[in-house]
Design a protein around this ligand. Structure first.
Ligand SMILES: Nc1ncnc2c1ncn2[C@@H]1O[C@H](COP(=O)(O)OP(=O)(O)OP(=O)(O)O)[C@@H](O)[C@H]1O
Ligand SMILES: CC(C)(CO)[C@@H](O)C(=O)NCCC(=O)O
Ligand SMILES: [K+]
Length: 240
């Protein structure tokens, strides 16, 4: 059994894999981290673990866990199942390394565009030769709501909501239209651009907003909320 930990910018996800199958999956807080990890180690008698962090987790918390189990901390020197052509490999987010590893293992010899709609929306492209070329980073849905509120005097902080239509008839409707229609147009139009350049393109959508977005986007997309966790499990297996 493998223990898989994904420390995102907003939330920590912890999972247990039996070979390629997820048998436990939950979202935890920073405070719960050590207790929950230890508990899962024992309950499932995990032998190996991997941790990817782009967020806040204290070094001491990681060291504590490291003393209990063989823990791989994903970084830019970890062994990965693709060729990294990013111009600044040292600054590439480890979450993106995990997503691309997932694509390399689940869709070998395919052009794959991975869209992770989380705190940020990231686009990552790996070609059929297994070369990772990069992609794009833009603000996530929640971040867009927060920034409109934070950087203006008059705009309220709203929860994500499907807009009634294109033309917002009130302050709230205008915000929902601007953000949600904006994100959907951004994603659909990026997909179109990638499709024009790559005839045979596999598209994967993941991240905290996957459910909100998947039926609002144009067709032909694999929605998989566990794509990043699966990538971490792939890297762990690859490094043992
Ligand atoms: N219960 C929730 N708490 C926070 N965000 C949520 C929740 N449910 C859905 N979301 C959405 O998920 C997004 C955050 O995604 P996710 O949980 O993947 O972020 P994360 O843990 O920071 O991971 P990453 O850093 O990889 O994006 C937010 O934009 C928000 O709209
Ligand atoms: C882009 C985020 C914030 C998405 O979680 C993360 O992957 C990150 O911190 N990346 C570092 C910059 C880069 O990937 O080039
Ligand atoms: K993300």
């Amino acid at each position: 059994m493998n223990l898989i930990i994904d420390v995102g910018n907003t939330r920590i996800k912890i999972a247990v894999f039996n070979n390629a199958e997820i048998i436990h999956n939950e979202i935890i807080t920073t405070e719960e981290f050590y207790f929950k990890a230890l508990k899962l180690l024992e309950v499932y008698s995990c032998k190996n673990a991997i941790l990817s962090s782009v967020g806040n987790l204290k070094k001491s918390q990681i060291n504590e866990l490291n003393s209990k189990i063989n823990l791989i901390q994903l970084d830019y020197i970890s062994k990965i199942p693709f060729k990294n052509c990013y111009k600044t490999p040292k600054t590439l987010g480890v979450d993106r390394i995990a997503l691309v590893s997932s694509a390399a293992s689940q869709f070998p010899n395919k052009n794959v565009l991975i869209i992770d709609a989380g705190t940020c929306i990231t686009y990552d492209f790996i070609n059929e030769k297994g070369y990772y070329l990069g992609g794009a980073i833009s603000p996530g849905i929640k971040m867009r709501y927060q920034s409109l509120h934070q950087f203006t005097k008059k705009l309220p902080l709203l929860e994500t909501k499907q807009p009634e239509g294109l033309i917002g008839g009130s302050t709230e409707e205008c915000i929902h239209s601007g953000i949600v229609n904006g994100v959907i147009n951004e994603i659909d139009s990026n997909i179109e651009s990638y499709r024009k350049k790559n005839k045979d393109l596999t598209i994967v959508l993941t991240g905290g907003d996957v459910n909100f977005l998947s039926n609002r986007l144009k067709n032909g997309i694999f929605a998989n909320p566990n794509f990043l966790l699966q990538g971490l499990n792939t890297i762990l297996t690859y490094n043992l």
